[in-house]
Design a protein around this ligand. Structure first.
Ligand SMILES: Cc1ncc(COP(=O)(O)O)c(C=O)c1O
Length: 213
């Protein structure tokens, strides 16, 4: 395939598409469809669709076990999970985020009237570079949000060290990382309140010691 050299050569700007079928960045894993449909049928039969029904409680419990955390609260999407965690941690002013992430990491801050400060990533891992974070801290900085991008955990140890030493809150956006681990431990258990998401449901998990939301 020839390399494109101008925006007008991209299909998104009207040029002929390079592939007959749309290529997606990722496709969700549907799992056992028959079992899923049985459970959806059971939900409809019970006519209990909101507020702490059997399946949402089971989901929360199983995600908490899976992530090795004390509590898990299912919410409608990862942006809301981030907003709840940001508010629960009392972040204000400026919060440092990686310059390479999905825009919702920054939107969740902006919705709370907090300024997202974009920090360089490590070119080897594409995740937040802890050395650069240190340089972005100002008197208005109250926290850091690391993103486990595409299932790859960011440098949790180094970010924790900076956050502890500089007295900052530390949150991990784990929207891409449900089921992923860091040094043998599920990523859901790190930071002050990690958030996790699958394509269709989202969970905010809180460590025992910080279970304030
Ligand atoms: C890194 C990251 N954070 C947050 C979100 C927001 O997730 P949601 O669309 O469930 O609000 C996404 C969504 O793709 C994401 O990729």
């Amino acid at each position: 395939m020839p390399l494109t050299s101008a925006l007008s050569e991209l299909a998104i700007f009207g040029a002929a598409p390079a592939f007959e079928e749309t290529l997606h960045v990722g496709r969700p894993n549907i799992g056992n469809r028959r079992k899923f449909e049985e459970r959806v049928g059971d939900i409809l039969d019970r006519r209990w669709l909101t507020n702490g029904g059997r399946y949402v409680r089971e989901l929360e419990q199983r995600i908490a076990e899976f992530a090795g955390v004390g509590h898990c609260i299912a919410v409608c999407n990862a942006t809301v999970a981030l907003e709840i965690a940001i508010r629960a941690l009392g972040m204000t002013g400026e919060v440092i985020v990686p310059s390479f992430t999905f825009v919702a990491t920054a939107h969740a801050l902006q919705w709370q009237e907090i300024t997202p400060v974009f920090c360089d990533i490590d070119p080897r891992t594409h995740t937040l570079d802890p050395r650069r974070v240190e340089q972005m801290i100002t008197p208005r900085t109250t926290g850091i949000i690391g993103v486990h991008l595409w299932g790859r955990a960011c440098d949790i140890d180094a970010l924790s060290e900076v956050a502890d030493r500089r007295g900052l809150k530390l949150l991990f956006d784990s929207a891409h990382a449900i089921g992923c681990s860091y040094k043998g431990q599920a990523v859901g258990g790190f930071g002050d309140a990690p958030t996790a998401a699958t394509m269709s449901n989202t969970a905010a998990s809180l460590r025992d010691s910080k279970a304030s939301a």
